[in-house]
Design a protein around this ligand. Structure first.
Ligand code: FES
Length: 136
């Protein structure tokens, strides 16, 4: 069950993200995703920059790299790797269904994210942030 894959729509129409553009999308009502379209590939990354949490979906593609709008750190627009470093931005597998773009997330990852939101916001109940009560 933990490895069961969930598909969450993030973009109803692929034409909303033209080549060379970056945008923020929301999956499952809460998960912010940075979508990139570069050299014909559409990719999904976590929207939080690892530096200080800048919104990568408000960034831009500069010289082939995704540039964070806050302090200018660069990442590969598809792999999320920072040039010259082993780490970078977490990514999500994407899948197109009926013309809509979605990300695939395991139930385990969803539960971990819900737990992190509870820890980040003391006083929040897990049931308030977990989109699928069956996970609990
Ligand atoms: S928050 Fe992204 S570069 Fe600083």
């Amino acid at each position: 069950m933990a490895n069961e894959i969930q598909w969450h729509e993030v973009l109803p129409d692929l034409t909303l993200l033209p080549e060379g553009r970056v945008m923020t999308a929301v999956a499952d009502g809460h998960r912010e995703i940075c979508l990139t379209h570069y050299q014909g590939k559409i990719c999904a990354l976590d929207n939080r920059c690892p530096h200080q949490g800048g919104p990568l979906g408000e960034g831009s593609i500069e010289k082939g790299l995704l540039r964070c709008p806050w302090h200018g750190w660069d990442y590969d627009p598809c792999t999320g790797k920072a040039p010259g470093y082993d780490d970078g931005v977490p990514t999500y597998p994407v899948e197109i269904r009926d013309g809509a773009l979605g990300i695939r997330v395991t139930r385990q990852a969803e539960l971990e994210e819900a737990m992190n939101r509870v820890l980040a916001h003391p006083g929040t109940a897990l049931l308030e942030v977990c989109t699928d009560p069956a996970l609990i």
